[in-house]
Write a protein that binds this ligand. Structure first.
Ligand code: PEP
Ligand code: MG
Length: 748
């Protein structure tokens, strides 16, 4: 870049900084800035447009256009040249604006007399804040250096906007981070919560975007990049054996060593930015490209660069994950994504969780469910919009998040919380009552668990026992394989906590989406249909044997119930059963006490098992329908893919009649049957399952009250008729008919 221009740019930034340091209120500052830019760049016009809301830009300050248009002229995103710059996050540089595509004449500004137009987006780490424009009478295209200089200024403006420099008297604009925001996501764990934002990875705040001494800034940058490289190399040496992670880290290393990236940041520093502002400027550009690109590969690489830039910013600002901020008393965790182990570290102290990515079937969701913390996933942009300490309300019933809600929203939301509390109160009055329907049939309700932390709910929830204990959670939340003695101690504590209530321990169910950090990952094209659960257990029996031993020792003479996941054919159950028998014999030989009673069952999670020979139904001591998996295979719809998962209703007549067939077969062979997928915890679904003959359901603890309450108000024979009639009428799902029936029951 030309030396003269660099000096010019530095001078302009220096003046900008002085303007910011003054006592002026927001509007006066903005006015001063437009004046400074116009004079420094030798243009007649300089204007700043900022977002008023997500869709509207407003002229907030101008030098050269009609001052009366300030705060009057507005345009929609995409409208006119300014709107296009903001929407596409591109630079528009044209010598003849009135002839340019998309030009929109706005008489109130008097701008038709200006021929050349240069507009650059004002953005901060990919978040669009507005547009900075210069215009001149003479028809000329601005030079590359001028464009660059304006981009640097725009970057500084973005930083200042973020710091709230333009708020206040004169109301130039209200800071983006002080406005209420409503985000729509997807429910991963029901419940409602009010609290204050706690960012898992706090936003880095750059308070010094402008720097005087480029030599010193460059040194700081070089030092930080060195630090970053060492860190990446270290991570690489630790990732041996994990191909995916290695690939990502190799990309990191490539970026960290990239000359182009470094050169651009050094150029930014030369033009007057501080080292951190330079990193952020490049990060913003990468994010803007990311949002525009349709190429998945490129997007992924840009996202790697984004992550790397974040690390670099943390090194430069010294703002690690510990920014010194104090966790609020009622924290609602906000993160792009989070692993199950990290989530467990936060534990039950969290009131709610909002994730920008995440998925309903993820480990984090399973943990959130186990901890009964409301969780909304796919809340787009939440990590951009939320600041530590912001007031936030999470509606885990509808998947809505209110950030900095205004009073009316907050009041309505609190009413909703109060209503839920009242309902809980009602449920607690029937805690010790049976789930007996009006027809006299009794359904036994159990809870699903997976963590020690779940057990205290056993007493309070009204559950008769633990119908599904997901043992893999203990494996997932560690970074190394647990030892047998640890497992046995843990299972013993689970049995102690359960007292005389039955606990169904499901043996390790890994593979598919449940990947152990310390086990070699298996590259499979379709992991949900791949080497998982009992298939791993039987092929590599070491872990399963250890687990069975740990269970027998934990029982220490008490009754023990073991269930094998994902049994698809009789032989798999027989092989698994043989492992149990061998483990019993071995333990007996070693002098350990054997369980007083041993029950061994299987999960029915693949349609094949429903059609197994009668021998299977006779050999298992019980069956439990794993509806989450069974449904995904029945409809051929990935349980983790929100798009397809939601297309198929559990109350679809095909699925219900399939379940009914399973009930029949179990009745014929006298095999105890239960249902333990998530659907068992949804009251209307639970009612239908009971109506078609399930007499045992296992669900998350918080669902027991609502399910029991509904069952007690309904007559299962009547529901059965409703289902049959809806099916005869050719309805695809019985939901509407059953809901009608349920509504009728409220009035009786
Ligand atoms: C199921 O598949 O329904 C089930 C209970 O098991 P998981 O959700 O752990 O796969
Ligand atoms: Mg399953």
């Amino acid at each position: 870049m030309a030396e003269r221009l660099e000096t010019e740019s530095r001078k302009l930034l220096g003046r900008l900084r002085d303007a910011m340091a003054g006592e002026d209120a927001g509007q006066a500052r903005l006015n001063k800035i437009t004046h400074l830019i116009a004079t420094s760049m030798g243009c007649e016009v300089c204007s700043i447009y900022l977002f008023r809301d997500d869709e509207t830009l407003e002229l907030c300050a101008t030098e050269g256009l009609n001052p009366g248009a300030v705060h009057e002229t507005r345009m929609r995103l995409g409208e006119g040249l300014v709107g296009r710059v903001a929407k596409q996050r591109i630079v528009i540089n044209t010598p003849n604006a009135p002839q340019a595509r998309g030009f929109r004449y706005m008489p109130e500004t008097g701008e038709e007399i200006f021929s050349s137009f240069l507009g650059v987006p004002i953005q901060r780490i990919g978040e669009s804040l507005g547009v900075l424009v210069v215009q001149s009478k003479t028809a000329r295209e601005y030079s590359a250096d001028e464009v660059y200089a304006l981009e640097v200024v725009a970057m500084v403006l973005a930083e200042m906007t973020e710091l709230g420099a333009f708020v206040g008297e004169g109301a130039a604009m209200s800071a983006r981070h002080s406005q209420p925001v409503l985000l729509r996501g997807i429910v991963a764990q029901e419940g409602v919560a009010e609290g204050h934002v706690w960012l898992h990875e706090p936003r880095v705040v750059v308070s010094n975007p402008i720097a005087d001494d480029p030599v010193k800034e460059e040194e700081r940058l070089v030092e930080a990049v060195d630090h970053l490289r060492v860190g990446v190399d270290q991570m690489l040496s630790m990732a041996v054996g994990d191909k995916d992670q290695q690939q990502v880290l190799e990309t990191y290393r490539m970026f960290a060593n990239s000359k182009g990236w470094m050169r651009r940041m050094v150029d930014d520093i030369q033009s007057g930015l501080s080292a951190e502002a330079a990193v952020e400027k490049e990060q913003s550009l990468a994010r803007a490209r990311m949002s525009q690109s349709n190429d998945a590969y490129l997007r992924e690489r840009l996202s790697d660069l984004d992550d790397l830039s974040n690390r670099l910013l943390r090194i430069l600002t010294g703002q690690g994950s510990d920014t010194g901020a104090e966790m609020p008393a009622d924290p609602i965790l906000v993160a792009r994504n989070i692993g199950p182990a990290e989530l467990l570290e936060y534990g039950r102290g969290l009131k709610g969780i909002v994730l920008e990515n995440g998925s309903v079937g993820s480990h984090a969701a399973i943990v959130a469910r186990a901890l009964a913390i409301p969780l909304v996933v796919h809340a787009n942009r939440v990590t951009n919009d939320a600041l530590n300490g912001d007031h936030i309300m999470v509606d885990g019933e509808q998947g809505i998040v209110h950030l900095r809600p205004d009073d009316s929203v907050a009041t309505a939301f609190r009413d909703k919380i109060a209503m839920q509390a009242a309902a809980q109160e009602r449920y607690s009055s029937i805690i010790n009552e049976p789930a007996q329907a009006l027809c006299g049939s009794v359904v036994s309700l159990h809870m699903n668990a997976g963590l020690m932390a779940d057990l205290p709910s056993l007493g309070g929830s009204g559950a008769e026992g633990v119908g599904l204990f997901r043992t893999e959670l203990q494996f997932l939340v560690r970074n190394k394989m647990p030892r047998r003695s640890e497992l046995s101690a843990l299972y013993a504590r689970v049995l102690d906590a359960a007292g005389d209530k039955r606990v169904v321990f499901r043996t390790l169910d890994i593979g598919s989406d449940k990947v152990l950090p310390y086990m070699k990952p298996n590259d499979e094209p379709n992991p949900a249909l791949g080497w998982r659960a009992i298939r791993v257990g039987l092929d590599k029996p070491g872990v399963m044997r250890m687990q069975l031993q740990a269970l027998i020792r934990a029982a220490n003479g008490r009754p023990l119930t073991v269930m094998f996941p994902f049994i698809a054919q009789l032989e798999e159950f027989r092989a698994a059963r043989r492992e149990v028998d061998k483990a019993m014999a071995r333990e007996e030989k070693l002098g350990h006490r054997l369980p007083a009673k041993l029950e061994v069952g299987a999960m029915l999670e693949t349609p094949s098992l429903a059609y197994a020979s009668r021998a299977l139904f006779e050999e298992v001591e019980f069956l439990s329908v794993g509806g989450n998996d069974l449904k995904q295979f029945f409809f051929a719809a990935d349980r983790e893919n929100e798009r397809v998962r939601r297309r198929y209703d559990t109350l679809n007549v095909s699925f219900l009649s399939f379940l009914e067939r399973i009930v029949e077969r179990c009745t014929e062979s006298n095999t105890p049957l239960s249902f333990c997928g998530e659907d068992a915890g949804r009251p209307v679904e639970a009612l239908c399952f009971a109506a078609i003959g399930f007499r045992s359901l296992s669900m998350r603890p918080a669902s027991i009250g609502p399910v029991k309450s509904l069952l007690r108000r309904c007559n299962l024979d009547e529901v059965r008729d409703v289902i049959a009639q809806a099916t005869d009428r050719g309805e695809m799902s019985v939901r509407a008919a059953v809901m009608d029936y349920v509504r009728g029951q409220h009035h009786t």
